[in-house]
Design a protein around this ligand. Structure first.
Ligand code: NAD
Ligand code: DAU
Length: 344
């Protein structure tokens, strides 16, 4: 393993992985390949932009010619695929891009990886493939039951990874991460969205009763989990990367407001997300057996994350303009207008 292509490396988790890999493995060449969609941001990679073992190339994972050119140009031997459309609400509004990238794009990457007989292909996936988990903890052998177009597109990508391992013997590993938070997260996801809205004293639209449960994982722990699977995972296997830290959305919302010194009156209960999964929770003993341990507690991680958004307005203020505001309007205008209760 020497020349690692990190697809989607300009996004939230991909860029954390790149920052970590560039520093941890000076002997590896880390090449980011990213389409720079609305969620891709070269500011996320500024901390490594001058490092000799880092390169960036722009392109679409579903564009076979460009993928092939990049594989040849950098003599790629390993792929870690983060590239995806990643936001559930957007997949409900307009699912086309999800099928294009998460399903077709994954297939193109796999097919080119097989042609070159790559040493390793890591697919970064999600706990959402297991669907709603009313009680207990999902393990890697549980059946898939994706409920949103996003989750279904990720499950489709995973099925193709499985097929390329079984049929073509490609050396694949899949990671399934839980809800991830930290710096540089696009402010459409719960924690950065609510933090940056609350800084500006704007309403926080909590879906439904706010009692949905997510399992929160710090982005640096997620990046280290993917590294562990990359280096030590068994070919053809999947590994859960869990926060083992289940919280309701409303508890997180109150904590963000507390950290910012803002009033609970900013909370608005709005009509629920369609098909909203009530709870995710995973067991991650399999990854732990490879040697992975989380290093960040949620209390410390959330506090540091909120502080990061307070101290880095340069990063998010320029995002929350233009097309972002069009999306905000499509997703929230009617919901907030329909909101008649202040807090769940
Ligand atoms: P993100 O939306 O922040 O970043 C996605 C990146 O992929 C962006 O840089 C974007 O430009 C790029 N991209 C999109 N389409 C592309 C294409 N066709 N070709 C090349 N690049 C393209 O996403 P994220 O939150 O960092 O998630 C990264 C991966 O981790 C995704 O596969 C996601 O499904 C998975 N995941 C995310 C979470 C989470 O909580 N955010 C949890 C578990 C798994
Ligand atoms: O579980 C892993 C998944 O976590 C990843 O695969 C996805 O890429 C990632 O986006 C995330 O999906 P969620 O839908 O769980 O994340 P989101 O931040 O959108 O929402 C978290 C919870 O907060 C969810 O129950 C919906 C709720 N929510 C979210 C937003 C944006 C609200 O109540 N109001 C909101 O405005």
């Amino acid at each position: 393993m020497k020349n690692i292509l990190v697809t989607g490396g300009a996004g939230f988790i991909g860029s954390a992985f790149v920052r970590y890999m560039v520093e941890t493995y000076p002997d590896y060449n880390i090449i980011v390949y990213d389409k720079l969609t609305y969620a891709g941001n070269l500011d996320n990679l500024l901390p490594v932009s001058d490092e000799p073992n880092y390169r960036f190339d722009r392109g679409d994972i579903a564009d076979r010619e460009t993928v092939r050119r990049v594989f040849d140009l950098y003599d790629i031997d390993t792929v870690v695929n983060f590239a995806a459309e990643s936001h559930v609400d957007r997949s409900i509004l307009s699912p086309d891009a999800f099928i294009h990238t998460d399903v077709v794009g994954t297939y193109i990457l796999l097919d080119e990886s097989r042609r070159r007989n790559l040493e390793r292909f890591v697919q970064v996936s999600t706990d959402e493939v297991y669907g709603d988990v009313e009680e207990g903890f999902s393990t890697e052998d549980d059946p898939f039951a994706p409920n949103s177009p996003y989750a279904a597109s990720k499950a489709g990508g995973e099925m193709m990874v499985r097929a390329y391992h079984v049929t073509h013997g490609l050396n694949t590993v899949i990671t399934r991460g839980s809800n991830t938070y930290g710096p540089y997260q696009y402010p459409e996801k719960l924690i950065p969205f609510f933090t940056t809205e609350a800084i500006d004293d704007r309403p926080l639209p909590v879906y439904g009763d706010g009692r949905q449960v997510r399992d929160w994982l710090h982005v640096d722990d997620h990046a280290r989990g993917i590294d562990m699977a990359l280096h030590r995972g068994e070919p053809g296997e999947a590994y859960n990367v869990a926060g083992e830290n289940q919280r309701t959305n409303i508890d997180i919302t109150h904590r963000i407001l507390e950290l910012l010194g803002k009033p609970d009156t900013l909370i608005k209960s709005v009509p629920d997300r369609e098909g909203h999964d009530r709870r995710y929770a995973m067991n991650c003993d399999k990854l732990r057996a490879l040697g992975w341990e989380r290093q960040t507690t949620f209390e410390d991680g959330l506090e540091a994350t909120v502080r990061w958004y307070i101290e880095n307005e340069w990063w998010w203020r320029k995002i929350k303009t233009g097309a972002y505001l069009d999306y905000y309007k499509a997703q929230y205008a009617a919901r907030l207008a329909a909101s008649d209760s202040p807090a769940p």
